[in-house]
Design a protein around this ligand. Structure first.
Ligand code: CA
Length: 407
């Protein structure tokens, strides 16, 4: 569950033009302390006792590096095939299968109570936090306190800041364990604090809703999120389809839902040519066309269950990653249709290999972690220029193959 930059680059540019000077001048630790004093009474009205506020905020300094992240604009939009090749690779599938096995008993009880199948719950877990391995390292009240006082979404972050303090007040999670993403999502499920308050559950019955150190609570809370979002167990999230020749792409769109029988009349079939209802989605079910890379890429009919997954993260690419991972965990294969590119995305194992090859060429790429950050992208650019490839800093199959071949 990530807080996203929803502003267009144009709007950001104009916002910065009018506000950057005064905002910069105020970004001091003194300004942070006086902001905290200003916020304390409203925190109290929101249920945060003064001693809770004092105990957790005394001596905390603002982290101004977060404001750069808040305003960060990627130099190019990561193509959908890069997202998916990193989020749904063989490693994440085999880790997920191991998780399904290890937690089989609790997942069965979770499905009985919340009516969400194990593969879906585990797929959310895998995409959100790599099965609890990557949950974020930012102390939550410091991060949310900073964003509540500076930057362009202060009132949103104030609500989350107060919720984080209430979590500490109740003692559900110890202060030193309440760390998360720079924007405040934390734990195995990457819930924001207010989502936590609304939807986290204590499934192991120890009296604490612990999404940081207790996977039973985390898996059940994920299921509760999907259940409350309207999940219907047994209904597939969607299926890959084949469009008829001359199909009008204007009919696409997740929200542009029509009955499956209607899509049948328009000439759609499953991608292998069988009729749509062979997928287990009934003819009177409503579904929308998910076309994330044009009509030449993989196209899906997505049911209301896809919308429920979408609700977790509010991005169709992430929703598709979770949905596809759940299919892979049920034994399904890769998409039948290739992405429309001559430079496909690469898995995390291949990203580590690419980083190793770059390091061997004496580029400083930092830790070899399979995440292509700023340093890796800068090194890729230099190599792309040397090789006469398009210089965009993107780590795909082309640059990997060239370096592998010793070019
Ligand atoms: Ca618990």
């Amino acid at each position: 569950m990530h807080s996203r930059n929803n502003f267009s680059p144009m709007l950001i540019a104009s916002l910065l033009a009018v506000s950057s000077l005064p905002a910069m001048a105020q970004e001091t630790q003194e300004a942070f302390q006086s902001c905290l004093s200003r916020l304390q009474p409203s925190a109290q009205r929101a249920g945060v006792q003064p001693d809770t506020f004092k105990r957790n905020m005394d001596g905390v300094q603002a982290d101004f590096t977060l404001l750069e992240k808040l305003n960060y604009q990627p130099e190019f939009k990561l193509p959908i095939w890069d997202y998916l090749s990193g989020l749904v690779d063989d490693e994440r599938v085999s880790d997920g299968l191991a998780g399904l096995q290890r937690h089989a008993e609790v997942l069965k009880r979770i499905e009985a109570k919340y009516e969400v199948d194990a593969a879906t719950v585990v797929a959310v877990w895998g995409v959100e936090s790599n099965y609890g391995r990557i949950t974020g390292k930012y102390p939550l009240v410091q991060a949310l306190g900073t964003l509540a006082c500076f930057g362009r979404r202060q009132s949103y972050f104030q609500g989350e800041f107060y919720a984080a303090l209430r979590i500490l007040q109740r003692g559900d999670i110890a202060p030193e364990r309440l760390n998360g993403s720079w924007a405040g999502a934390f734990g195995h499920t990457q819930f924001m604090p207010q989502t936590y308050e609304r939807l986290a559950v204590d499934f192991d019955g120890d009296g604490r809703r612990d999404l940081v150190d207790n996977s039973d609570d985390a898996l059940a809370s994920t299921a509760n999120f999907l259940h409350k979002g309207g999940w219907r167990n047994g209904l597939p999230w969607g299926v890959e389809v084949k469009l008829p020749a001359g199909f009008d792409s204007n009919q696409a769109g997740r929200k542009n839902k029509r009955a499956v029988s209607d899509w049948v009349s328009s000439g759609l079939t499953l991608v292998d040519g069988r009729p749509l209802n062979a997928s287990g989605i009934a003819n009177d079910e409503k579904a929308g066309l998910l076309m994330l890379a044009g009509s030449n890429g993989p196209v899906f009919l997505a049911t209301k269950n896809f919308d429920v997954i979408y609700g977790y993260n509010a991005a169709e690419s992430y929703g598709l990653a979770i949905a596809h991972l759940s299919d892979r965990l049920r034994g399904g294969g890769a998409f039948k249709t290739a992405w429309p590119t001559d430079d496909p995305g690469i898995s995390r194992a291949e990203r580590r290999e690419l980083q190793t090859l770059l390091a061997a060429k004496r580029h400083d790429i930092g830790e070899i972690d399979g995440m292509l950050g700023e340093k890796s992208r800068a090194a890729i650019k230099i190599e792309q220029a040397r090789l006469g490839q398009t210089v965009n800093g993107r780590g795909g199959l082309k640059i990997l193959q060239a370096l592998r071949a010793g070019q």
